[in-house]
Design a protein around this ligand. Structure first.
Ligand SMILES: *Cc1c(COP(=O)(O)O)cnc(C)c1O
Length: 429
């Protein structure tokens, strides 16, 4: 597409947008009396207007039925979590029995490593990306320590090359090959939270398996952002949060994928609780754990229905919109943001990446290696630039020392948002 830096062009694109009606399904924060340009759906997605009703239904049913709501609520709580298997499977490219919605992201990451990080003899290392989201680093470090290893020995981090921000894909594959006798687990973020780089999950999974390792992904920034094929890619396990692109509210319930290859495997260890027990006999309350034949076997506690109701509201919107339509728009919209930022440098006659004032895009320019997010290094600027943007009505995200992350998300952001952001950016600079 040939982009133009005009309001007319942006409005034209919005008029042809098959998802244009979806913007109206969300609440936007208001700054100085007008709707903010909200580019932080990668951090906390906006609230769907329908969500209150989903949650209120459960509150009403609780008021009406008390404990009987487990059976008599409009969506009985006993099986509430089962409503997610099919629609969430569509969002991440899985089979329904491979999906369970439970707990929260880092907790799930630990539970999955209990099952799938099984160090033995010389095969005990975890390969991950350098500068992963801190929670993942802490989780991985504590897991290797828990098994009696030293993080500096047992964790292999693949870094960007000197002076670069993104990791070369071939460097990941090479690191897997080089350590093929010692890696037990490859655990990478599907999308790096900082620079927005998307990793080739299919190729990494293949390479990891060839090396004899288990392969899992943290999809915090990938679920609801990218078209995923977790089942077909043979990914062993994955987990994600639902409050970023999936708009399910602060700290909402997490999502988990476990490949069919691992369901019903009696030697896979796991931490268990009653909600993972075979539902036919769960309430006999007898001794002896019998696992569910699905990913539900990993559930420990009974389902947090209030946050699940919020998640359900959002999942319904995703399934109505469809990941194909969403990702098609995301590609165009992110491309437009990239164009607008380049234009900002051009208009100010800045062409050198290290020049003061230059806005350097550190997210890959290759569309296959990014989703909705563009990260910008604002050379020669400090947090004052970000503060000015906020005052002018842009909600973006600031990472020290000078990185601005912007995520124009296809469900509720428009081309006009991106155009206006460009104008405001010029003003603030
Ligand atoms: C957002 C995010 C988290 C947050 O973890 P919680 O357990 O939900 O608090 C963890 N890892 C990654 C990669 C993230 O992007």
């Amino acid at each position: 597409m040939t982009y133009e830096n005009t309001l007319e062009f942006a409005k034209q694109q919005d008029a042809h947008d098959p998802l244009k009606s979806y913007r109206n399904k969300f609440y936007f924060p208001v700054i100085n009396g007008s709707e903010a340009i909200y580019f932080t759906g990668n951090s906390l997605g906006l609230q769907p207007k329908s969500l209150q009703d989903y949650v209120l239904n459960e509150l009403e049913d609780w008021a009406s039925f008390g404990v009987e709501g487990h059976f008599h609520a409009r969506s009985p709580w006993l099986s509430y979590h089962e409503k997610f298997a099919a629609p969430v499977a569509k969002i991440v490219g899985a089979e329904p029995d491979e999906i369970v919605v439970m707990n929260q992201l880092t907790v799930n990451l630990h539970l999955l490593m209990v099952s799938f990080y099984r160090p033995k003899n010389e095969r005990y290392k975890i390969l991950c990306e350098a500068k992963a989201f801190p929670s993942d680093q802490y989780a991985v470090e504590s897991q290797v320590k828990f098994h009696g290893y030293k993080p500096e020995d047992a964790i292999i981090e693949v870094s960007p090359r000197e002076g670069e921000y993104c990791i070369h894909h071939e460097d990941i594959l090479e690191a897997i090959e080089k350590n093929k006798n010692s890696i037990a687990l490859v655990m990478i973020g599907g999308v790096n939270y900082y620079n927005g780089q998307v990793f080739d999950m299919k190729a990494i999974t293949e390479a990891g398996h060839k090396a004899g390792a288990v392969v899992g992904f943290d999809l915090a920034h990938a679920a609801g952002n990218l078209k995923l094929h977790l089942h077909d890619w043979n990914v062993d396990f994955a987990c994600w949060c639902t409050y970023k692109y999936l708009n399910s509210g602060p700290g909402s319930v997490g999502g988990v994928f476990i490949h069919q290859n691992h369901l019903n495997n009696p030697v896979t260890p796991r931490f268990t609780g009653w909600w993972g027990h075979d539902k036919q006999t769960r309430f006999k309350m007898e001794k002896g754990f019998v696992p569910m034949p699905t990913a539900e076997a990993w559930q420990i506690s009974n389902a947090p229905v209030l946050s699940m109701a919020a998640h359900k509201a959002s999942v319904d919107i995703f399934n109505e919109a469809g990941m194909d339509t969403l990702t098609a728009k995301a590609e165009l919209l992110t491309g437009y943001l990239e164009f607008i930022i380049d234009e900002t440098n051009n208009k100010r006659n800045l062409r050198n990446e290290k020049q003061a004032g230059f806005l350097e895009i550190i997210t890959p320019r290759d569309k296959k290696q990014r989703g909705c997010q563009i990260s910008i290094v604002a050379h020669g600027h400090g947090k004052d630039l970000f503060n000015k943007l906020t005052t002018a009505g842009v909600i973006s995200d600031w990472r020290e020392p000078n990185v601005i992350r912007c995520a124009p998300v296809p469900l509720y952001n428009s081309f006009e948002d991106v155009f206006k952001f460009g104008e405001i950016l010029m003003d603030c600079l």
